[in-house]
Design a protein around this ligand. Structure first.
Ligand SMILES: [Zn+2]
Length: 156
């Protein structure tokens, strides 16, 4: 069994919606990104790569590469999983979104469904929660949104 951790931050920019876990959420602000800006999936990708000892998302999908401009992060997740799934299956994934908005609770089931489809695992293996930041620092100024993910991979 191997554990991996992923962390991602994106700056708010322009207008919403925001994509999280492949779900489009109404939001006053959008995020700046080379891809579709789905920080939740970026954190999950990095946690999987960390657990597999395979580096990080930038190794595979460079921000400078025009081929990845606006690309769906679900496509990126599936491409990474294709490399890892011969060796591992998902034990469980735990995700924390760190932001004062948007509210995500009513959308987490759909996010879990998307991720479970992309990683061929059960929705019961995925947990998604969110926390606000008590209005301090980075988030008080409504500058951005962050996400952490922890994954356990089980050797096949
Ligand atoms: Zn990102």
């Amino acid at each position: 069994m191997r554990i991996g951790h992923g962390f991602d931050v994106h700056r708010f920019e322009g207008n919403g919606p925001i994509l999280l876990g492949g779900v489009s959420l109404p939001c006053l602000k959008g995020v700046s990104s080379h891809s579709d800006g789905d920080i939740l999936l970026h954190a999950v990708i990095d946690s999987i790569l960390g657990a597999a000892g395979m580096g990080d998302i930038g190794v595979y999908f460079s921000d400078d590469d025009a081929r990845f401009k606006g690309i769906s992060s679900r496509v990126l997740l599936r491409r990474i999983w294709k490399k890892v799934r011969r060796m591992y299956k998902i034990g469980n994934i735990d995700v924390t979104i760190i932001a004062d908005f948007p509210k995500i609770r009513m959308h987490t089931e759909r996010m879990k469904e998307n991720i479970s489809l992309d990683l061929s695992c059960s929705v019961d293996d995925i947990n998604i929660k969110s926390t606000t930041t008590e209005n301090i620092g980075f988030f008080k100024k409504e500058m951005g949104i962050a996400c952490e993910a922890v994954v356990l991979l089980e050797k096949l």
